[in-house]
Every structure is written in C-alpha cells, then in structure tokens.
Write a protein that binds this ligand. Sequence first.
Ligand code: UFG
Length: 343
Amino acid sequence: MNVFVTGGAGYIGSHVVRLLIEAGHRVRVYDNLSEGHRAAVPSEVPGRKAQRAGRTRSGAGGLFEGDLMDEARLAEALDGGFDCVMHFAAHCYVGESMENPQKYYRNNVVGSLRLAAAMRKVGVGRIVFSSSAATYGVPREIPIPEDHPQQPINAYGQTKLDFEHALAYYAGAYGLGYATLRYFNAAGAAPDAAIGEDHDPETHLVPVVLQAALGQRQRVEIYGTGYPTPDGTCIRDYVHVCDLAQAHILAMEAIEPGKGLAYNLGNGSGYSVREVIETARRVTGREIPADVAPPRPGDPPELVASSEKITRELGWKPQYPDLDTIVETAWRWHQSHPDGYRD
Ligand code: UFG
C-alpha cells in the first residue's frame, strides 16, 4: 500500500515506518521535526519526486517537512495517491498537557481535524490513529477492555478521545474507515539499536531510568509512593515499540470503509515504577539511585490492558512481551546512542 505517515520521524512512528518498508509498502513521512528526528527516517523512504516517478527506493530520503496546522503544505504532501494515513504526530506528555492544555488541543485536536479534512479533499479513505490508554482515565476494572468507559483525567487523554469521537462521526457521515489503537506504555527499541527513543526533555520512565544507569542523570525521581498499589507506586503495562508497529500493519489491512476498529495494545502485565527500576538495575548491572518525589498531576494509579480483542480478531502476537527484553533493547539503544540521534 501507499502509506502517508504523520509523525514518522518520532519514536513510535519511525519504528512503524521501518516495518512498513520491510513489508514492501511505500511510505511518505510528514513531520515538522519539532520532536522527531531526521535521522530516524530510513533513507529507503522514497522522496516526493521518486514517488511521482513510481520509484520506491531512491535513497533520497522521503521526509516531507511540514506541520499539521499548515493546510497548504499538508494538501501538497497528501496529494500522492495514498491508500492509508497513519497518524502519529501529536504532543504526548501527560504532565505537560496539564500545564499547557492549549498546546495539546491545538495540535492533537485542531491539527488532527485539519488532517482529516485534507484526507477528505484528496479522497484518502482510511486512517490508523495513535490513541492512548490515557483515554480511559482511572479504570474501574483491570485489565481494561476496549468497551471500558472513556473518562480521561488529563488533557492529553481528552485530546486523543476527542479525535476518536470525530473519527466515529466521519465514518458515519463520509464513509471513512479507521482503526484507533490505544497504546499503553510504549518502550524498548529496535533490537539492532538502529533507531530508538530520543525525547528532549525526556520524561518517560524507561529512558529516564536508563539515562540514570548511564550516569547522565544523578537519580530517578519516583513520582509518588502513596498510590493504592502493592508498593505504593504507579503500575503501567509496558509494550515493545516493535510490537506496536506490527499491530499497525494488521490494523491497516483490516480497515473497511465506513467502519471503525478500536484496539488496546499492551501485554496485560502491570509493573510498578519500583519494579521497572529494579528490572533496569538487573539488566544493566548498574546501581541507578532513586528518590521519592511528589506525585505528578494526571497520573492514574494503574493502567493494564486487555489486548485479547486484537489477538483474537487480527492475530496480533507480541514478540517481546516481557519487561526484561523490553528494557534490554532500550538499553542497547541508549548505550550505543548516549546522545540519541546526535550521535
Ligand atoms: N515516572 C516516575 N518518574 C519519572 C518518570 C515517570 O516515577 O521520572 C512514573 C510516572 O509517574 C508514571 C510511570 O512512571 O506512573 C510511567 O510514566 P511515563 O511518563 O513513562 O508514562 P505515562 O504512563 O505517563 O504516559 C505514557 C505515554 C502516554 C500515554 C500513557 C498511557 O507517554 O502517551 O503512557 O498509559 F498516554
């Protein structure tokens, strides 16, 4: 298929782009590089001219730099006979979304609506959307199934839910086909360490812990120890970024016009913040000092997925389900790229 990938230079997007290319799809990346990295886009992604000429391997790099808010640029980029859009471009920090919600509404809601409008204009009828476990809020049951009530407790989760709702209405009115994938906690890196996670500033737990293992941070701060969990720290379901990538391809192939799919993506096992730090100590053999800090606003105590639906319906099977392997692959990336893509 001919696939248009917004945010394809970012952490999850770049792993999906790589897999799409390996699977023989043609890819154009649309990214404003505010958080993504030029070096994360494989050189095999064909450039615009090469795509027009029907060549899929130009080596010229296929990064189309542009912002979701830039309607003219978006229209130009989308005009290429695409079969599907994969939409990763978003701001994704729960904490920041509580301090600066406007930034999140502008990009994650307004920008996404511009993308949907541009798709209608050029007649691209299917989209895979990066949604989030953050749309569920504080869960009433664990593991969380897809039909669990969605009541976000942070602006980030709300913006993701808003676009999920828009997609459902667009499917009914315009025949759009979509799949919304609700990620739990993406972690890990490509096993060959060619690409990985590089945010600036980094706030996600696994990379923060590994930066402390490398001595790039003095210590890890544990955000709150008074949660109603066995050790008092928050529990999350960590899922390998390459397993997320696989799910995108399965979802893209399953989309039907006018219909929506929604799937959780997690491993169904929860690990506390303290357990993640312990795992990283074991995997790296480093000390990793940690201190207790105040809780972070907007953090639910526990998020664990039931991904039974995508396993049953699309045959998704994570290749790297255990936390040790997830942390090992991330560690390989951080050791070989201590300064991320600047190396
Ligand atoms: N944490 C710490 N110290 C840190 C960083 C994180 O204690 O230095 C804790 C957080 O409080 C949280 C857990 O580690 O309890 C995981 O935090 P992350 O920031 O790694 O991830 P989040 O759970 O906040 O968010 C991630 C994605 C979101 C997504 C969410 C859904 O970044 O996009 O998972 O679970 F919505």
